[in-house]
Design a protein around this ligand. Structure first.
Ligand SMILES: [Zn+2]
Length: 129
């Protein structure tokens, strides 16, 4: 897997732009405010994930068949681990109900475990040639 073909290429190519972004400078950590959900890359990736996993993955584990309508980042995204935004392996399809429960549970942004996991995935990615 070459770096150019990675899900992070967009971020790599736009790194300086991103750093110049006034929202980043102001320390905004909410990815929704950074505009990533409005990119074509995200819309394509989301559609890909929903077509691969049209059922809620949490409900499936309990043998319930519920249509997924949210593509969730397993490791919640904030500016420090923005590299995971387009990481396919960090995505899961969920129903609204499971997504709501999950979001409440992981109290996401400042959770140290999530940061640690994010850095582990990042390290794996950086080892690709
Ligand atoms: Zn569910």
């Amino acid at each position: 897997m070459s770096k150019n073909k990675s899900p992070f290429f967009w971020i790599e190519n736009n790194k300086n732009k991103f750093k110049e972004d006034f929202r980043y400078k102001k320390g905004y950590t909410e990815v929704s405010r950074l505009g990533y959900y409005n990119t074509k890359e995200w819309k394509d990736l989301r559609a890909l994930k929903i077509s691969a996993n049209p059922l809620c993955e949490h409900c499936l584990k309990k043998e319930k068949y519920v249509e997924a309508n949210v593509v969730d980042h397993i490791i919640p995204i904030f500016s420090e681990n923005i590299h995971l935004f387009y990481e396919y392996n960090n995505l899961q399809s969920l129903c609204n109900n499971c997504h709501f429960k999950k979001t409440r549970r992981d109290n996401s942004r400042y959770n140290e475990n999530n940061l640690k996991k994010g850095n582990e995935i990042k390290a794996q990615f950086e080892n690709y040639d």
